[in-house]
Each structure stands twice: as structure tokens, then as C-alpha cells.
Design a binder for this molecule. Structure first.
Ligand code: FAD
Length: 360
């Protein structure tokens, strides 16, 4: 939730959402302002088990509308929550105030000539970006399991990552530049020199404070080491504090803090990602180990090999799921009853037989 004023959560006076709606009607059509009980109820949930019924749903199509919405909410001390596809699992995309939803105006995709980077509107679905990159043997780094539904704005704001990208290819690591709107309505395009310069002039104090905070964090060896350790593993709790020790340029710090900020620091309009290789040939295998410790040691060994994902299943899980002879949805393992062997199938062209036969 983006708080447009410090007092937003402790309203001294009841908020006049009708007035907000009237203000917004000057810049957007009625169809994109939803306040009727039935539809606000429907918008009251994302993929999490939380329910908060928004007072007003605003479907935005462009940056000017976002700026107008932020300005209007700022004037009235009204909190705003952004929603891309709403597949968040922890209630990030629900609100009992204003819910700002991405319309169809955020779907631009521009692939660089060498396909080494891709500029994406925040409404692009992750798998659509990958489809555009497929002919070049590239893909975007973040690979949440929800990639067929979730959108770039949500992927970045959650710093979502899946089985393969880990902490090496997530939004934080593959971010090249960002177009963003802060709560005060300022638009910053970190890829555009003129925009960077204008921002450096208009937000001198903010950048100075970020610089100071980063210096103090880096100078505190114990704190810096703790942050390094915490972010070496997948860590999407709280802000990306690693930005304070990874970068010295305050603008780099700012755009990396936006990653994982869950919409609380500003609105992400566009992102340019450095792309990563999408290998034409992939294979998966089922390996059996005598115990968890040996399996864990093998995982460490595999870190220096081209293995990009490891999923650990204990014996109870393998047996419970595979002996039914049904394709196991979680593990993609199929039990061949006659040969007492497992088959693992990840994708049509990557069928692999496991090396070992399960003991009776
Ligand atoms: C079946 C399933 C599988 C999943 N698998 C994974 C997984 O493997 N890994 C993983 O990390 N997560 C996973 N998730 C969680 C979720 O799908 C991802 O975090 C996803 O990236 C959220 O994207 P979204 O477009 O749905 O964003 P939303 O849920 O709409 O929003 C996510 C956050 O981003 C903010 N936001 C949205 N758009 C903007 C914007 N333009 N500017 C600023 N802030 C914005 C929202 O306020 C919210 O805080 C899964 C969810 C489901 C349902």
C-alpha cells in the first residue's frame, strides 16, 4: 500500500471517496471507476486468503492517470494499493481503501536488437515477454510458477522468483532501468539522461539522504555483512536493503529499492530487464539418495554444474505420489509398476528416465 501522507492510516476525518471519484471523473471515464457493492466485493480478494473490500477501484491506462490519482489521494490523505494480475499470495494486492488496477495500456514490449535486454510495460504477462524472446534463445530472469498469469509490475514489486532463477536472475539482479512514479507524482526514467538530471535537481534531498544511508550502512561492517548474508538466499521480506550496499549511485539504489517494495514506494510503469539464456535442450532426472544429508551435500556439489533447479522429495512423498501410477502433478514423476522404475517428464521434449530403480 502506498501511503500518500503520513497520516493516511490514522484518518482524523472520514474519507470522502465520493469527492475523490468526482475529482477523478475529470481525467478518466466513469467505466474505469468502480464503487458499486457487487464489483468492489469481487475486487476484494487476490490469490491470498485475505479479503478487504475496496471503497473505490480505479483502472488506470496511462502515467498521467496514475499521477492524477496520486495527486488526488495525496490531497485527501487516502491510501492506495496497486494491483497487476492479483496473484499475490500474502494479501499484497487487496485494499479497503483505493485499489488501483492496471488496465490494458501497459502492454508495450520492446526487444533490443541483440535481444540482450527487453523493455516491458508493467502490465505485460511474464510468459508473453518470454514468447517474444523465445526466437532469440533468451528469456526474462524471474520465473515465478505463476508466470502465465502474473504481470511485470507485480513480478518486480514482489521480486518474484521461481525454481530456476533463484537469487542470481531475479528482477533485482537483472534490472537495467525503470520508469517509475513516486508518491509526489514525479516521473523518473532511469534510462533517460535528461530525466535523471531533472530528478537529481528536483529531488536533491531524497538522493542525498539515500546516499548518506548507504554510506552509513556500508561503513557498519557487521550490518553490511548481515545484509549480504540475508540476501544471499531468497529473501523477499521487507525492502531490498541490499541495494544500500550493492550500489553507490543513489539513483541505482532508488530503482533497486523499488524491486520488492510491493507498491509502497511508488508505481512502476516500465522496466528494462537484461535477458538470460533460454536453453533449447533441457533435461530432468530423478536421483535417489540414502538420506537427506547426502542429498543436501549433492545439492552443494551441483551448484558448480549447469543444473539450474533442484527439488528435494523425501521417500514418503515419492512413494505416496508415484505408486498410484498416476502422473504426479507436483513432481512430474510417473511410476512404472511393471519395471519398478520412475519416469520424469518436465516438458514434451525433455522426457528422462531415472537412473535408479526403487527398491521394494
Ligand atoms: C499458482 C501460483 C504460483 C506462484 N508461484 C510463485 C513463485 O514461484 N514465486 C514467487 O515469487 N511468487 C509466486 N506466486 C506469487 C505471485 O504470483 C507472484 O509474486 C507474482 O509475481 C505477482 O504478480 P502479479 O502480477 O499478480 O502482482 P499482484 O499480485 O497484482 O501485485 C503484487 C505486488 O506488486 C504491487 N504492484 C503491482 N503492480 C505494480 C506497479 N505497477 N507498480 C508498483 N507496484 C505494483 C502490488 O501492490 C503488490 O504489492 C505464485 C502465485 C500463484 C497463485
Amino acid at each position: 500500500m502506498l501511503k500518500v501522507a503520513d497520516t493516511a492510516l490514522t484518518h482524523r476525518e472520514p474519507v470522502d471517496y465520493l469527492q475523490l471519484e468526482r475529482t477523478l471523473l475529470k481525467v478518466m471515464p466513469q467505466q474505469r471507476l468502480v464503487s458499486d457493492p457487487l464489483r468492489t466485493l469481487a475486487y476484494g480478494t487476490d490469490a491470498s486468503f485475505y479479503r478487504l473490500i475496496p471503497k473505490l477501484v480505479v483502472i488506470v491506462e496511462n502515467e498521467a492517470e496514475v499521477q492524477a490519482l496520486l495527486a488526488a489521494c495525496r490531497r485527501q490523505d487516502i491510501p492506495i494499493t496497486f494491483r497487476a494480475a492479483g496473484t499475490s499470495l500474502s494479501g499484497q494486492a487487496v485494499s479497503d481503501s483505493v485499489l488501483c488496477i492496471l488496465g490494458d495500456g501497459w502492454n508495450n514490449i520492446d526487444v533490443a536488437a541483440d535481444a540482450g535486454s527487453i523493455r516491458l510495460g508493467s502490465g505485460v504477462i511474464g510468459s508473453d515477454a518470454n514468447r517474444r524472446l523465445e526466437p532469440f534463445g533468451r528469456k526474462i530472469g524471474p520465473d515465478p510458477a505463476s508466470i502465465n498469469a502474473c504481470k511485470v509490475g507485480g513480478i518486480a514489486a514482489n521480486n518474484a522468483s521461481g525454481m530456476c532463477c533463484g537469487t542470481a536472475q531475479n528482477s533485482y539482479q537483472t534490472l537495467e532501468s525503470m520508469r517509475l512514479i513516486l508518491a509526489d507524482g514525479t516521473l523518473l526514467d532511469t534510462a533517460d539522461g535528461a530525466s535523471r538530471e531533472a530528478f537529481a535537481r528536483s529531488h536533491k534531498t531524497l538522493l542525498h539522504r539515500l546516499d548518506d544511508l548507504a554510506r552509513r550502512t556500508r561503513d557498519d561492517a557487521e550490518l553490511a555483512q548481515r545484509i549480504r548474508r540475508k540476501f544471499a538466499i531468497k529473501n523477499t521480506t521487507g525492502y531490498s536493503l541490499n541495494a544500500l550496499i550493492d550500489f553507490t549511485d543513489p539513483l541505482e539504489i532508488l530503482q533497486h529499492l523499488m524491486i520488492g517494495s510491493e507498491g509502497t514506494l511508488g508505481f512502476i510503469s516500465q522496466i528494462t530487464y537484461r535477458t538470460v539464456p533460454e536453453y533449447a535442450n533441457k533435461a530432468s532426472a530423478l536421483l535417489l539418495f540414502p538420506d537427506i544429508e547426502v542429498a543436501s551435500r549433492a545439492v552443494i556439489r551441483m551448484k558448480s554444474t549447469p543444473v539450474s533447479a533442484v527439488e528435494m522429495m523425501d521417500r514418503a512423498k515419492v512413494c505416496a505420489r508415484s505408486r498410484t501410477s498416476l502422473a504426479c502433478r507436483t513432481t512430474s514423476v510417473r511410476w512404472d509398476r511393471r519395471r519398478r522404475r520412475c519416469w520424469s517428464r518436465r516438458a514434451p521434449r525433455t522426457k528422462t528416465r531415472c537412473a535408479t530403480t526403487l527398491p521394494k
